[in-house]
Design a protein around this ligand. Structure first.
Ligand code: ATP
Length: 237
């Protein structure tokens, strides 16, 4: 397992957001976490990134216990989250935003960093065209691409995506999911959080259902796609 979460509990003050959740992500796969509003999906990703404190349980990455490893160090270890709601730097250019994604990397990696710029521009030709544009003036879809591109610039082994399809027109949603599969095909493991359960399940190998802070199902994604109770609850019947 690349990532193993055991019995993880997380609180916001007295509110328990996650209640002893356990899940695993295998190297090379796309895994997804689906669930209703407020189920704890974003909290799970934030805890994996190191942005939320763990009250109980543990996280292991590449076999190492990272439960108390600070977030910036997790980036260096190979975990990177593309922010929900396009958390890019709106006043900076596209190029500078991408450069910020590589800030934890050493100068001696210059060649590898240049190759990662090429990788991002090949995945998102639009970003290449818009290198000098101020990020905040781009469309929602372009900003979403930039958020993913910036995360890729840290050269992650595990890419965490929080609602990458949020607010996008259907054509762009399809394109983003194709790109996620392409990124995965290049060797990056992906953990995806989505309200768009059909899309998420159709690109994933493994899926977890989160309900009010608890994992209630864990199965191959295609099993959940064909499951009547899941279809009724999350796929619109
Ligand atoms: P959504 O898709 O609506 O973002 P989610 O599944 O990602 O939902 P979380 O955002 O992880 O859910 O929220 C899980 C629970 O934690 C919810 O009950 C939410 O109200 C609570 N919560 C989240 N952030 C905070 C916060 N900063 N302070 C207090 N409670 C919070």
């Amino acid at each position: 397992m690349l990532l193993e979460i055991s019995e993880l509990s997380v609180f916001y003050g007295k509110i328990q957001a996650l209640d002893k959740i356990s899940l695993g992500v295998e190297e090379g796969e796309i895994a997804c976490l689906i669930g209703a509003n407020g189920a704890g999906k974003s909290t799970t990703l934030k805890t994996i990134s190191g942005l939320r404190k763990v009250a109980h349980g543990s996280l292991r990455f590449k076999g190492e216990d990272i439960t108390y490893v600070p977030g910036h160090q997790r980036v260096t270890m190979g975990i990177c989250q593309a922010p929900e709601g396009r958390g890019i730097f709106p006043g900076m250019t596209v190029m500078d935003n991408l450069g910020m994604g590589a800030y934890t990397r050493k100068k001696r990696e210059a060649e590898k960093i240049a190759a990662d710029f090429d990788r991002v521009f090949a995945l998102f030709p639009r970003l290449k065209e818009r290198q000098k544009q101020i990020a905040g003036t781009m469309s929602g879809g372009e900003q979403q691409m930039l958020a993913i591109g910036r995360a890729l610039m840290s050269s992650p082994d595990l890419l965490l995506l929080d609602e990458p399809s949020m607010g996008l027109a259907p054509k762009l949603v399809a394109q983003i999911f194709e790109i996620i599969q392409e990124i995965n095909g290049q060797g990056t493991t992906v953990l995806l959080v989505e309200q768009n359960a059909i899309k998420a399940l159709s690109v994933s190998q493994r899926a977890y259902v989160l309900e009010t802070g608890r994992i209630t199902r864990s199965a191959p994604a295609e099993d959940l796609l064909g499951d009547d109770s899941i279809r009724a609850a999350y796929l619109g019947g």
